[in-house]
Design a protein around this ligand. Structure first.
Ligand SMILES: CC(C)(COP(=O)(O)OP(=O)(O)OC[C@H]1O[C@@H](n2cnc3c(N)ncnc32)[C@H](O)[C@@H]1OP(=O)(O)O)[C@@H](O)C(=O)NCCC(=O)NCCS
Length: 170
């Protein structure tokens, strides 16, 4: 089995043809409530972001899709400094509630340690985002108050809780 496929979900590289789906998906109210994605994002802006991602050496990102059918399900991304990195993710409304995010975070985190050589991966979740906190814990992340932060997003202050996963000693 490929490192980015667990037989249920697969992480694959973004293609230009995915841009419209991304722009449409992020208009979902829950994605607007809990991520920094703009509600007015359009396909051309997403295509430009995909191109920037291809060129970047401090970022990585994949489309999360169904292993069997290829149906698009979500987004998962990393920003890093060569030592540690922050991941972020969302699952489109129709793909939620069946473990997609948890599987994607597990696959992506293992890939980051193996292929990017990072020692530590962390994420930040809004205090009210119980589903995503559950995803972090299910994927093996630990609450990490050192990473807590209040962030200014969309004209509000968002209280964000930190979660960290450290590469297992081999
Ligand atoms: C958070 C999100 C990614 C979860 O995706 P998903 O594929 O549905 O997640 P999973 O099915 O892997 O797991 C969700 C877990 O949260 C639980 N959950 C779902 N809604 C919940 C709620 N309102 N309160 C508490 N737990 C909840 C589920 O029961 C599940 O836990 P379980 O496996 O122990 O049953 C998805 O809801 C989403 O995209 N939300 C909007 C964007 C977002 O919040 N991104 C993360 C920013 S940090």
């Amino acid at each position: 089995m490929h490192g980015l496929d667990d037989g249920v979900v697969r992480l694959r590289e973004w293609a230009d043809e995915d841009a419209g789906w991304y722009a449409e998906s992020v208009r979902d109210p829950l994605i607007q409530r809990f991520t920094t994605d703009s509600p007015s994002l359009d396909a051309a802006q997403v295509r430009a972001a995909i191109e920037r991602l291809r060129q970047a050496d401090d970022r990585a990102g994949f489309l999360v899709c169904d292993s069997a059918t290829g149906q698009r399900l979500g987004n998962i991304a990393l920003e890093h400094d060569g030592q540690a990195g922050e991941i972020s993710y969302w699952v489109a409304a129709q793909g939620r509630g069946r473990g997609v995010a948890t599987r994607a975070v597990i696959l992506f985190s293992a890939w980051i340690f193996q292929h990017m050589g990072l020692r530590e991966v962390w994420l930040r979740v809004h205090r009210d985002n119980a589903a995503s906190q559950q995803v972090a814990v299910r994927a093996g992340y630990r609450r990490d108050p050192r990473r807590d932060k209040s962030q200014q997003v969309k004209g509000e202050v968002w209280p964000m809780l930190g979660y960290t996963l450290v590469q297992a000693e081999s």
